[in-house]
Write a protein that binds this ligand. Structure first.
Ligand SMILES: Nc1nc2c(ncn2[C@@H]2O[C@H](COP(=O)(O)OP(=O)(O)O)[C@@H](O)[C@H]2O)c(=O)[nH]1
Ligand SMILES: Nc1ncnc2c1ncn2[C@@H]1O[C@H](COP(=O)(O)OP(=O)(O)O)[C@@H](O)[C@H]1O
Length: 227
């Protein structure tokens, strides 16, 4: 990797509930990385009742992935607005065609994969609450809101995601096994995959931070260059 002028192009992967957003939030606090969550973007479309939001809901409610062409177009369009920043994608790519389309547009420097057992995930997601408009995420055991049922910053009501219900979650875990695991292999072969295994974010996070510290300083975040 060049020492001075590259902006970091990174991906954070992991099954539903593995802690991607929790880790991404910690990363944005410690590093100059713009994070982008495909799930949050879809939920934002859902809230605004856009054409994509209406379509996405049908797939999301069944725990299925959104078709690749729609998801890829949406994501690449969004990424075009991040020209001068290093970025970290959270939840994209989730299929091989998405990974290949991303690769055609950008060189991906590193991919971090969170590896958390399914039983731990099921437990966590039964207690996940989110603030829909900001994407802030809470957990009744791990990081409860200051006031039960309310977002810490806005005081607005928190909701549970419909797709966190056990039947839908099983579908999402299956989609991860069938469609997303091959993407891990794709990046492993490219030599950019780093896996972090554990059952607690507080154990995984120091490893992620230490790993990023060896990577991010090599990249001049202030350099004004094309992606
Ligand atoms: N009990 C517990 N919950 C956690 C831990 N890490 C994250 N969570 C919670 O687990 C849920 C899933 O985490 P999230 O970051 O939303 O995962 P994502 O679906 O991969 O983006 C959220 O409710 C988090 O607050 C942990 O170490 N222990
Ligand atoms: N890259 C993607 N490709 C296809 N569908 C996606 C993608 N990202 C998100 N989705 C849809 O949004 C849902 C929620 O995604 P996300 O918020 O990332 O949740 P989680 O990581 O908890 O599964 C997925 O189950 C899927 O239906």
């Amino acid at each position: 990797m060049g020492a001075s002028v590259r902006l970091l192009r990174a991906v954070l992967m992991g099954p539903p509930g593995s802690g991607k957003r929790t880790v991404a939030l910690r990363i944005t606090k410690g590093f100059q990385l713009k994070t982008f969550s495909s799930g949050d973007l879809l939920r934002d479309n859902l809230l605004r009742d856009t054409e994509i939001g209406v379509l996405a809901k049908v797939f999301m409610d069944q725990g299925k992935l959104i078709p690749d062409d729609i998801m890829t177009r949406l994501t690449l369009h969004q990424l075009k607005t991040f020209t001068q920043e290093s970025w970290l994608l959270c939840g994209f790519p989730r299929t091989l065609p998405q990974a290949e389309a991303l690769e055609r547009a950008y060189q991906i420097h590193l991919v971090m994969s969170l590896n958390v057992p399914s039983e731990v995930i099921k437990q966590r997601l039964s207690a996940r609450w989110i603030h829909p408009s900001s994407g802030r995420v809470y957990n009744l055991e791990f990081n409860p809101p200051k006031a039960i049922g309310l977002d810490d910053l806005t005081g607005e009501p928190l909701v549970q995601r419909e797709d966190d219900r056990p039947e839908t979650l099983n579908q999402r875990l299956k989609a991860y096994e069938d469609q997303t695991k091959p993407v891990l292999e794709y990046y492993r072969e490219k030599g950019v995959l780093e896996t972090f295994s554990g059952t607690k974010t507080d154990q995984i996070w120091p490893c992620v931070r230490a790993f990023l510290q060896t990577k991010v300083p090599q990249i001049d975040q202030k350099a004004s260059v094309t992606p």
